[in-house]
Design a protein around this ligand. Structure first.
Ligand code: TXA
Ligand code: MG
Length: 340
C-alpha cells in the first residue's frame, strides 16, 4: 500500500509538488472540468503502464493525452488537419477529445497498440496549471477503478484509488460531470465515438457531416470490434440492477410505486416526494446539464440504498442529453422498459 497524499489545487506549492511527482514517473489524480483523471507522464511508458495497473484497466483500452497549449498537439500527432484546427478553435480548452494518427513518440501503452492517439486540452485551471508546471503531456483516463462510475470529486478518487497512487490534487467538484466528447478525425467522415459536454449538434455545425458511432446508443454486436475500445466494457454500474423506464413522469411514478419490493429509484428533482421507495435525485427533468453534473455521484450513492433493483427515468437524447443517455444505458446494461 502506498500513502496517497491529498494536495490542494488552490495552493501553488501543492501544484508544484504534484507536478514533481509526475516528472518522477508517479501517478496523480487531477481535476478537470469533466471528471478527475489519473495522470502520468504520457511519454513515460512505464509510468503509463502503472495507470492500467492501479485502475485494473484492460490493456487494450487506450488513454487520452492532455495538453495545455495547442502547440503541444503538433508533437503528439503525425499531422494536424484543418478540421482539427477548426474544432480546437471552437471547443478548446474544453470537454472535447480529438483522435488523430499518432506520432512515433507515443508509447504503445498509451495508444494500446492502435495507430492513433486521443488528445484533449482541458479548461479546468488546475488541470492547465499542473500540465504547465510539469512541462509534460499527461496521459489520463478517468480516475476510477475500471467499471466504476467516473469520479467527479477528489473524495471519489480517494475512495477508488487511495493506497494505489501517489497523490490526488483536489480542485473541487467537476463542473461538467461526464467525460469528454470523443471524436475521431482518423476516419472520413469524422465519427463521434463518445458523446459528452460538446454536443453532436455543435460538432456538425463546425464540421458538417459527423457520423454517430452505433456503439453510442446500442450494445456492440457479439464479436464486433469497437471503434473506441472503452465502449465495449460494462461501465458505471452500481451494485443494484438498473432498469431504465421510458415514458412520462406519471407512468414512472405509477410503475415504481407498484414494484416496490427491494427497489429504489433514480429520479429527477421533485419526484422523491411521490415515490414510495428510497430514491436518489439526479438533476431536473429536461435539464440535461444538471443531470450530467449529478449522474456519477448519484450512481455512486445508489449503492448506499441497499436495494437490488433501481428504476431510472430515461433521459431525453438531444444536446448533452445524448451523453447522459449513453452513460445510463451502460449502467443499465442496455435494459430499457417502455411504459404505456
Ligand atoms: O473527460 C475525459 O475524457 C476524462 C478526463 C480525465 O479527461 N478522461 C477519460 O478517459 O474519460 P477514459 O480513459 O476514461 O476514456 C477514454 C475513452 C475510452 O473509451 C477509450 O477507449 C477512448 O477514449 N480512446 C482513447 N484513445 C483512443 C483512440 N486512439 N482510439 C479510439 N478510442 C480511444
Ligand atoms: Mg473511464
Amino acid at each position: 500500500m502506498k500513502h496517497t497524499i491529498l494536495y490542494d489545487a488552490s495552493k501553488q506549492e501543492d501544484v508544484a509538488k504534484a507536478a514533481r511527482l509526475l516528472q518522477e514517473g508517479g501517478l496523480v489524480g487531477i481535476p478537470t472540468e469533466t471528471v478527475y483523471g489519473l495522470a502520468a507522464d504520457a511519454l513515460n511508458e512505464e509510468a503509463c503502464r502503472g495507470i492500467f495497473q492501479a485502475k485494473g484497466r484492460p490493456a487494450d483500452n487506450p488513454l487520452i493525452v492532455h495538453i495545455c497549449d495547442i502547440k503541444q498537439l503538433y508533437t503528439l500527432v503525425r499531422e494536424v488537419p484543418e478540421t482539427a484546427l477548426r474544432l480546437a478553435e471552437q471547443f478548446w480548452p474544453g470537454p472535447l477529445t480529438i483522435i488523430l494518427p499518432k506520432a512515433p513518440c507515443i508509447p504503445d501503452a498509451v495508444s494500446a497498440g492502435l495507430d492513433t492517439v486521443a488528445v484533449r486540452f482541458p479548461s479546468h485551471p488546475a488541470a492547465q496549471a499542473i500540465i504547465r508546471e510539469s512541462g509534460l503531456p499527461l496521459a489520463a483516463p478517468s480516475a476510477n477503478l475500471s467499471g466504476h462510475p467516473s469520479p467527479t470529486t477528489a473524495a471519489h478518487v480517494m475512495h477508488d484509488l487511495g493506497g494505489k497512487i501517489d497523490a490526488v490534487l483536489d480542485g473541487g467538484p467537476c463542473s461538467v460531470g461526464l467525460e469528454s466528447t470523443v471524436i475521431t478525425l482518423a476516419a472520413d467522415p469524422p465519427r463521434l465515438l463518445r458523446p459528452g459536454g460538446v454536443t453532436l449538434e455543435q460538432l456538425r455545425a463546425v464540421l458538417g457531416e459527423v457520423i454517430l458511432d452505433p456503439a453510442v446508443m446500442n450494445p456492440l454486436a457479439e464479436g464486433a470490434a469497437a471503434a473506441s475500445p472503452g465502449m465495449k466494457y460494462k461501465h458505471y454500474a452500481p451494485r443494484a440492477n438498473v432498469i431504465l423506464l421510458e415514458g412520462g413522469r406519471e407512468a414512472f411514478l405509477r410503475y415504481v410505486n407498484s414494484h416496490r419490493q427491494n427497489a429504489g429509484a433514480l429520479c429527477y428533482a421533485g419526484d422523491e416526494a411521490e415515490l414510495q421507495v428510497p430514491a436518489v435525485c439526479c438533476g431536473g427533468e429536461g435539464d440535461s446539464a444538471s443531470q450530467a453534473h449529478e449522474l456519477f455521484d448519484a450512481l455512486r450513492r445508489l449503492d448506499g440504498l441497499g436495494v437490488s433493483t433501481v428504476y431510472a427515468r430515461c433521459p431525453g437524447t438531444s444536446g448533452v442529453g445524448l451523453a447522459v443517455y449513453n452513460r445510463l444505458i451502460r449502467a443499465a446494461g442496455f435494459e430499457v422498459l417502455k411504459l404505456e
